[in-house]
Design a protein around this ligand. Structure first.
Ligand code: TXA
Ligand code: MG
Length: 320
């Protein structure tokens, strides 16, 4: 099939969802990170529904999803030159940028902050949907506190038939986007993701502060960081010496070749695969009634890798 025809078929396929979004309804859709719960970014009652469905605290702002550079200017008051470089280099992709917002951007969207988060996702279906429906807010399509959805069935587990899901299999990366504040200097990462501080720093030509331990200042500027996330009902812990717990799911990545236990997943240094699967494994642990998920800690050397730092961040949140 040629490209134009594929595009035509996609647009016919999507028109039903576009109509729902235009009417202020919600539609879940795939991105390259996790599934998002989409709503019209200019419709306050549609956005209200997103918060209600997820059980999300009103002070935790949403990310606006766009499908071209021009759309940024409807939301962002100022775009610093270094942020322009980041957009050119990393978009479309798993990087969310926080700008000073235009006055007309809805308060309910930003949780009352004077900044707005924007991302241009890479998944072709998300791009086509946004191109037709306009800018969409899209938090991860999970109930607040549950692991983010990387498969359509995860969305159905949390929400049943409350809204439709545009199903397109498993998401590629499996962890949410890097969130970077470019509204003030130094640029600061609030949530680590597949794109690292080093990569950003190189392209922006500036120092970038890494996500630190939770601090009052970070919480004030990025309220989402203070909420527990990503936790299954099973207790998630870092693997220590007690290796023989019952009803335990083990997630290992390098060592422990001699560990004799029943339920072991061994990633053998493949952190991409581990990131891709982590949230699904959390959900499986609950599905199969495990009491505990024990995860092999990362070494200082492994923590040099961006994806390992993102894994560490998500697992730490599930542990605490
Ligand atoms: O990969 C992703 O980013 C996924 C997909 C669907 O695009 N979306 C996602 O959205 O993870 P959500 O709502 O689950 O997480 C958004 C994060 C939250 O931690 C929120 O607090 C932060 O971004 N955020 C949003 N707007 C912000 C702002 N103006 N200032 C600081 N943090 C903000
Ligand atoms: Mg989320």
């Amino acid at each position: 099939m040629n490209f134009q025809l594929q595009k035509y078929k996609r647009s016919v396929l999507l028109s039903r969802y576009v109509k729902l979004l235009e009417r202020g309804e919600l539609v879940a859709f795939p991105t390259e990170t996790v599934y998002g719960l989409g709503a019209d970014a200019w419709n306050p009652s549609a956005i209200q529904k997103v918060f209600e469905q997820k059980g999300r605290p009103a002070d935790n702002p949403l990310i606006v999803h766009i499908s071209n550079r021009t759309m940024v200017d409807s939301f962002a008051q100022t775009v610093p030159p270094a942020a322009e470089k980041l957009m050119t280099h990393f978009w479309p992709g798993p990087l969310t940028l926080i700008f000073d917002k235009k006055p007309e951007v809805l308060d309910i969207l930003t949780g009352g902050l004077d900044t707005v988060a924007i991302r241009w996702p890479r998944h072709p279906l998300s791009q086509e949907l946004i191109a037709q429906a306009g800018a969409l807010v899209a938090p991860s399509a999970n109930s607040s506190g549950k692991p983010s959805p990387t498969k359509p069935k995860h969305v159905k587990e949390d929400f049943g038939k409350k809204f439709p899901v545009i199903a397109a299999g498993e998401t590629d990366i499996g962890l949410e986007s890097t969130v970077l504040d470019v509204s003030s200097e130094p640029f600061r990462i609030y949530r680590p993701g597949a794109i690292s501080a080093e990569q950003i720093s190189k392209v922006a030509g500036k120092k970038v502060e890494r996500a630190s331990q939770p601090s009052a200042n970070t919480e004030a500027r990025s309220p989402g960081t203070k909420y527990t996330h990503y936790s299954p009902d099973a207790t998630v812990q870092w693997l220590k010496d007690d290796l023989d717990s019952q009803e335990t799911l083990y997630l290992l990545h390098t060592q422990y070749d001699n560990l004799k236990a029943e339920n072991i997943v061994h990633y053998k240094g493949n952190f991409r695969e581990m990131a891709h699967e982590l949230f699904d494994r959390f959900r499986q642990a609950d599905f199969h009634g495990f009491h505990t998920v024990l995860i092999e800690p990362f070494s200082a050397e492994q923590l040099q890798k961006p994806l390992v730092r993102a894994l560490q961040n998500r697992i730490s949140k599930a542990v605490s």
